[in-house]
Design a protein around this ligand. Sequence first.
Ligand code: SAM
Length: 201
Amino acid sequence: MWPGNAVATRLFTAWLPYEDAASFLEVGCGAGVTSVTAALRGCSRVCALDINAAAVENSRLNAERHGVQDRVSTLKSDLFSGLGPSDRFDLVYWNSPYADAPPGHAYDSQLDYAVFDADYVMHQRYFADAHRHLTDGGRLFLGFSNALGNGSRLREVAAMAGFTGSVFRREVFSFAIDVPGVRTSDSETEVDYVLYEFRRA
Ligand SMILES: C[S@@+](CC[C@H](N)C(=O)[O-])C[C@H]1O[C@@H](n2cnc3c(N)ncnc32)[C@H](O)[C@@H]1O
């Protein structure tokens, strides 16, 4: 499963505005770092769901370890499919598998689901179904990288569901590529991590 100490996990977890939310839904919770943090930062009802059973169990154990099991529920679910129709949250968030893969990509492992979304089919479903699980005034977030993902396709699939994204917070890292035998035209490359907030027109 996705490691809980990834740079993206740390940044997005630090940036989310938990203080404005009583309830928090984390889609694709991985190790449960963000969900546990949401509970520790004051959200009184947290739901951590993932398509990967190992991630769900890991999140449950981490909620227990940090003493927030009374307010963090865990659920194995393909996006929102395991939720009830009346389950609504003030904050809905996914640190998504933003690497676009060609249509028909074969998912070989559970980790594949943490990294790839072929033609952004799952992103499409995230936007299409998210509004049913937002409270009035609820806020929708997505953790993303334009360097590693496909920003124009993201805008397209969000727009199909009537959503427009704006940058809530962003950080860019420059680093030197130093791989023996690999020639790069430029010795520096950049990776961005962006927390987007999406609103419906
Ligand atoms: C980039 S990882 C992020 C994990 C965790 N939120 C974090 O920040 O460390 C993406 C997560 O989304 C989950 N995921 C992918 N497709 C999903 C789906 N259709 N339904 C629920 N979770 C999904 C993956 O299993 C993975 O745990």
